[in-house]
Design a binder for this molecule. Sequence first.
Ligand code: PLP
Length: 426
Amino acid sequence: MTFDPATEVQNFLAFGEFGDVNPSICDSSTYTFMSVAKMEEAFEHDMEGCFLYSRHWNPTNKALSAALARMENGECAQVMASGMAAISSTLLQLCSSGDEIVSGRTVYGGTYALLANLLPRFGITTRFVDLGDEKAVRAAMTPKTRVLYCESMSNPLLEVANIPALSRLAVEHGARLVVDNTFSPLILSPLRLGAHAVVHSMTKFINGTSDCVAGCVISSNDFIAQLNDVNSGPSMLFGPVLDSIRAASILKNLHSLHVRLVRHSQNASYLARRFQEAGLTVHYPGIESHPQHHLMLRLMNPGFGFGGIVAVDVGSKSMADRFMVRMQEEKVGYLAVSLGYFKTLFSAPGHSTSSEIPSEERERMGMGDGLIRFSVGLDNDMERTWSAISGCLGELGVDVSSVRTGDSAFARAGDFRPSTSSVHTS
Ligand code: PLP
């Protein structure tokens, strides 16, 4: 059955205290009780409409969490102060000393560092594998494996995870599949495809204005209650609480995510095709040469495109460095990490967001020093943007004469427009 996450979010109506259309912001850290008995009860179990202390729950954070749960078709969600807080709390809830994790090898550098460097200090070890190689995944799983971890669309190579197949493997081995869906909100719905928990860095597309750091976990009621348990929950006890004023602004931005994402996807698709026509190696799941293009077509929700991220290899670090500086000078966007902003951001992952991954490992996975990751902005005129980018490429000696221009090419960028394809839930 087709699932429309944008309509799910649209149908989330939270009425404010005074009928305000944006739910009132609760900026209280603590809450009163009319009797001691009620306060004692609140420590024992959750009570609808009753709040204790904002590190545990806050009404504004609850409103944003409810909207996110709808978006991911999950029972429940919990917002946190960063994407890393969401990832680390989830993994620490699922794993104890002696347990193992199997993770995709192309994950965000911070996640890689958490798994490779920090969690081993607590007796939790990780094997990194090529998730496209089912045999390798099977070989890495042991009776101690508690979590199979992947990014739905990996950072920065945009490999698409076969979530239904990974879910089957996880279940077969008594493990949980945790999916980071930061690159593809709305586009992919991992819980519907078999994941047990989904995490997001809301710092990126969900918020979309690069003005705060935030994260979330979406899963079952039980799992979110465990994360928040006053006696043993990692989110309650490590305390990565999201500020309620931020939660309120993210909720407002969430309601325009579908509009932004369509434009990000259109512009990224346009740019990917142009880079490909210029003869560069391009990673973008929307182009036919992408190894998981057909898998993506099978898994994606219709109508939001293939996402706003494009990675392109210009051959060497020195070329990448010069290209990025010139693009910034020509106002194509900013030389900056992060993604999902309304302006274009570009950086070379090998020496920034993925620098935590050892260089031999980066080489093995195809992340060369000349790779540049673009988070393509909401530009109104991509012909104009391409003209600036191709000018910079030309200065570096890249022959762009074979690239066609004109409106017909722009129309092709709309290839992803709503189709009749439906989501496969198994
Ligand atoms: N997951 C992915 C795919 C990311 O790209 C990032 C950050 O770049 C994170 C998680 C971490 O998120 P945050 O910076 O919000 O902690």
